[in-house]
Design a protein around this ligand. Structure first.
Ligand code: FAD
Length: 660
């Protein structure tokens, strides 16, 4: 039964095999609602399956995580494997302001904190695993019972380490074998679903979260916060929660969070999945782990002249399917008849009625065929959840990020921590594969916040929410800047503690005064029946960025500034005009390779020659292809920031570990 559970390949199969397994070993799933049932679920399951070698090898892995010290209330509990940090998240009785409230609280008190996670996507499930380890009774609500997304995610190295330490390879043997650093969303969800179930997390599918219901007012007995769901007669609407986590993707139903928009130039993405029949011929075809126009202009020019298809980039990964994702230029979609009418309005441009599906399929097939050198024998479309060919055009011109990561609501003395993770918090920029990487970081940060809340409530009689919020927002400020190269190198040491992951973290960057508006009491809730209407104001947040690449620019820019410091005529302030003269590029090379450029012999006024020299030297000695000629650089009115970012990032990759 355990083997069937591990091998299950659909969401429904996972549930049915798990129920059978639990029934056979007489273990109640979901665990009953009492303070120790959830935390004792995994140890009991493990004990019952201890003689099964495959189960044991997975549990040995999981144990290392489950028994980490961060999850326990104190050292003694850690040693004894006892009380977990978030087992009791309730506000201390001493902080209740009247005898009647204390009485009501003690009557209702079950000693159990309950966390609701909306959405069983990769980030919701990853949050659930950490919450379960922290000892909180965790419930995940998912509106679908079908994990059908074939699209493949490129994973940052830390995610691979993280999932391997959780035992991902014991569940899915092919997980990131050899040089493979990607997995389909479907497989990732299946792995995480199995892990969450083993840890006793209650997962409810086919139920959609619609909103929050505040505690009803009563002098003595105040109910807790509950969820409004569809179908509305589902038992989950009786559950009370202390923490609610919005992990339902970019559409985000958990209200009260304002969002800022990042707008870039028009960007049209195209994803397509073809059936992988796993033949020898298919096995031989090489993956394309990300080719952008500036790196391989010949390829894209050839593609255009042979097919009329004009792309900015393309990725091809082989897994359960042959997965391609590319950014297509509008004019080529129009000239190939994919888009019927041109429009300045992106919604109109990409609406279903403006897309010729047959032409789109032909476009994708030609692009895939050409980019794999015509080696994929037959490009037959895989089928998506709607029983249609798995192909989609999408717009990523605009992306959104929540202004703040968390807020508190208090109605009738009942406090609720509301937070966001994953795409709900910070929409990813797919060419950088930031989705799961920043999504999982946010999950860890949120669980750390929950831990801080529980610990501080335990140790203090005062209200601790604002200080916990301030710390959470301080950590959130660094999230959008994270890259694989500016986070801690020892991935095996990563925990929910943000100090193990972020470099130069200032936990006090945001002051308590700045988060007061994120604490909504009864007075600030618009109407008692619908607290979601209240929109918090955020004070002293950084200026909203107008450019999606900002998070990538900052670390590169500061590296360039320190590297070129002291060179006459060089003052790097940006990734555009500061590079026009060519001197900054020459300085960058000269700092690390003085043998390649005679700095003293440069003519400061000869912009074309300086740029050409830097381009040539970099191409011949560092393997960095030029993005334009020296002449083009000298004559262009404005240097393209994204082009320069990508170009200079390569110098960073080449020199990052070298001391000048
Ligand atoms: P989702 O995966 O969107 O999951 C949300 C879940 O919530 C869904 O299961 C949904 O059914 C459920 N739900 C929604 N509403 C409700 C509700 N009201 N009630 C209950 N349940 C609800 N990321 C990478 O890391 N690497 C990549 O290479 C990469 N490439 C990408 C390429 C493309 C073209 C795109 C579009 C994205 C890419 N991403 C990539 C991003 C990645 O897919 C997301 O970051 C990731 O899936 C986010 O996970 P999530 O859990 O936050 O949300």
């Amino acid at each position: 039964m355990f083997n069937s559970f591990i091998q299950a390949q659909t969401c429904i199969q996972v549930f049915s095999t798990f129920h059978e397994l639990c029934t056979a070993i007489r273990l109640d799933y979901p665990p009953p609602h009492c303070s120790t049932a959830q935390t004792s679920f995994y140890p009991r399951l493990k004990a019952a399956l201890s003689s099964h070698w495959k189960a044991k090898s997975l549990f040995d892995k999981l144990d290392k995580r489950f028994l980490s010290k961060e999850y326990f209330a104190d050292q003694r509990s850690h040693k004894a494997g006892g009380f977990r940090a978030a087992q009791d998240l309730k506000v201390k009785m001493g902080t209740r302001n009247s005898f009647s409230q204390m009485l009501a609280f003690s009557l209702k008190y079950t000693g159990m904190s309950q966390v609701l996670i909306i959405g069983a996507g990769p980030c919701g499930l990853r949050t659930a695993i950490e919450m379960a380890c922290l000892g909180a009774k965790t419930v995940v609500l998912e509106k679908r019972d079908n994990f059908s997304r074939n699209n493949v995610l490129h994973l940052w190295p830390y995610i691979i380490t993280d999932l391997k330490t959780l035992g991902a390879k014991k569940i899915y043997g092919q997980f990131c074998s050899g040089a493979i650093d990607h997995i389909s969303i479907r497989q990732l969800q299946l792995i995480l679903l199995k892990l969450t179930l083993l840890l006793g997390v209650e997962i409810i599918v086919n139920v959609s979260f619609e909103g929050l219901c505040p505690p009803t007012s009563s002098q003595v007995f105040a109910d807790g916060w509950t969820a409004r769901v569809i179908p509305d007669n589902h038992t989950i609407s009786n559950y009370e929660f202390d923490v609610v986590v919005g992990a339902d993707g970019k559409r985000n139903t958990l209200q009260g969070f304002t969002r800022k928009e990042f707008r870039g130039k028009l960007a049209i993405g195209l994803t397509v999945n073809f059936i992988n029949r796993r033949t020898t011929a298919e096995a031989k075809v090489e993956e394309i782990s990300g080719v952008a126009y500036i790196f391989n202009q010949h390829f894209f020019k050839d593609l255009q002249s042979s097919t009329g298809i004009d792309l900015e980039n393309i990725v091809y990964y082989k897994g359960d399917t042959h997965y391609f994702v590319m950014t297509a230029k509008k004019h080529s979609l129009i000239s190939k008849g994919v888009l019927k009418q041109d429009s300045e309005n992106t919604n109109e441009l990409l609406c279903y009625s403006n897309i010729d599906q047959k032409a789109l399929m032909q476009y994708a097939r030609e692009a895939a065929d050409f980019s794999t050198n015509h080696q994929l024998p037959d490009l037959e479309f895989a089928i998506n959840q709607f029983a249609q060919p798995d192909i989609a055009l999408f717009d990523f011109t605009c992306m959104y990020a929540a202004e703040n990561a968390a807020l508190f609501r208090e109605v009738n003395g009942q406090k609720l921590l509301s937070c966001l993770v994953g795409d709900s918090l910070l929409e990813p920029f797919w060419p950088m594969g930031t989705g799961c990487a920043r999504g999982f970081f946010a999950a860890f940060d949120l669980v750390w916040m929950t831990r801080q809340l529980a610990m501080k409530r335990r140790n203090s009689n005062n209200s601790v929410e604002l200080s916990v919020l301030a710390e959470r927002e301080s950590i959130y400020r660094v999230l959008h800047q994270t890259t694989p190269s500016n986070t801690m190198k020892k991935h095996q040491n990563y925990t929910i503690d943000p100090n193990t992951r972020y470099v130069n973290l200032n936990l006090k960057a945001v002051h308590v005064d700045q988060v007061k508006t994120l604490y909504l009491t009864d007075r600030e809730v618009a109407t008692p029946t619908d607290p979601d209407d209240a929109t918090p104001m955020v004070v002293d947040q950084p200026e909203p960025s107008t450019d999606v690449q900002l998070s990538m620019i900052r670390p590169i820019l500061s590296w360039c500034q320190s590297t070129t410091k002291g060179y006459a005529g060089v003052d790097v302030q940006d990734l555009t005009s500061s590079w026009k003269s060519g001197l900054a590029l020459c300085a960058l090379v000269h700092r690390f390779r003085p043998d390649l450029i005679q700095w003293a012999e440069l003519d400061y006024m000869d912009v074309e020659a300086n740029n050409q020299l830097a381009f040539d030297v970099a191409e011949q000695n560092l393997g960095i292809s030029p993005v334009m000629t020296g002449k083009e650089m000298a004559n262009c009115s404005e240097v393209d920031r994204l082009v320069m970012l990508t170009y200079i990032s390569q110098f960073y990759e080449v020199f990052k570990n070298e001391t000048p």
